[in-house]
Write a protein that binds this ligand. Structure first.
Ligand code: IMP
Ligand code: MG
Length: 180
C-alpha cells in the first residue's frame, strides 16, 4: 500500500523519535515547577501527542479538542468547525496546544482566539510540522518538530480523506492520489 500512494518518505520513524524527545525535554525545562494542561487537536496529533507527553516528566493534565476545516480535500476552507471542545477548565492554567501541522494557520488562529476568551495563564503552540509557505494568517509557534515544503504529507497521524494516519513515518502523498 505504501508504494502505491507515497511519492517518498519525508521523515523517518527514527528522525521523528529523536525530534520528539528533544521537544519533550525542551518543554520539561520551560515548564519546570508548573503543571501544564496539554491539549491535543484530534485526530491528526494523536501519534505525536502520545509520544510527546510520555516523555515529559511534569505533573501535566491531558485534554482534547476536535476541529475540522477540510472535508475530504487538501485545501483549507478557512472555516473551522468545533466538533468537540476540551472537557476541562483552562482559566489560570498554563496551556500547550499540540497540533499535527500548521498550514494556512486558520485552525490554530481560531483555537488561540477561542482559548484567549477563557483567561488561561499562558498558551503556547507545539506543532509537529510547519508548512510556512502556505500561511495565510500569522500564527505564533513556540515548538516546531520540522518545517516542510509545500507538499501534501501523510502518516504519523496525518491523513488524506481519513486514510494513512497509521503509517509510522511521514511521507509525501502522490499527486495522483488526490488529483484523481
Ligand atoms: P490550517 O488551518 O490550514 O493551518 O490546517 C491545519 C490542518 O489541516 C491540520 O491540522 C491538518 O489536519 C490539515 N493539513 C494541512 N496540511 C496537511 C498535509 O500536508 N497533510 C495532512 N493534513 C494537512
Ligand atoms: Mg488537524
Amino acid at each position: 500500500m505504501l508504494n502505491e500512494v507515497l511519492e517518498k518518505t519525508l521523515i523517518s520513524e527514527a528522525e521523528i523519535k529523536a525530534r520528539v524527545s528533544e521537544l519533550a525535554k525542551q518543554i520539561e525545562k520551560d515548564y519546570e515547577g508548573k503543571a501544564p494542561t496539554i491539549v491535543g487537536v484530534l485526530k491528526g496529533s494523536i501519534m505525536f501527542y502520545t509520544d510527546l507527553v510520555r516523555q515529559i516528566d511534569l505533573p501535566l493534565t491531558v485534554d482534547f479538542m476536535s476541529i475540522s476545516s477540510y472535508g475530504a480535500g487538501v485545501n483549507s476552507t478557512g472555516e473551522v468547525k468545533i466538533i468537540k471542545d476540551i472537557d476541562g477548565k483552562i482559566g489560570g492554567k498554563d496551556v500547550i496546544i499540540v497540533e499535527d501541522i500548521i498550514d494556512s494557520g486558520y485552525s490554530m488562529n481560531c483555537l488561540l482566539k477561542l482559548f484567549a476568551t477563557r483567561s488561561p495563564k499562558s498558551v503556547k503552540v507545539c506543532t509537529l510540522l510547519d508548512k510556512p509557505s502556505r500561511r495565510e494568517i500569522p500564527v505564533p509557534i513556540d515548538y516546531t518538530g520540522f518545517q516542510v515544503a509545500n507538499e501534501f504529507v501523510v502518516g504519523y497521524g496525518l491523513d488524506y480523506a481519513g486514510l494513512y494516519r497509521n503509517f509510522p513515518f511521514i511521507g509525501v502523498l502522490k499527486k495522483e492520489v488526490y488529483e484523481k
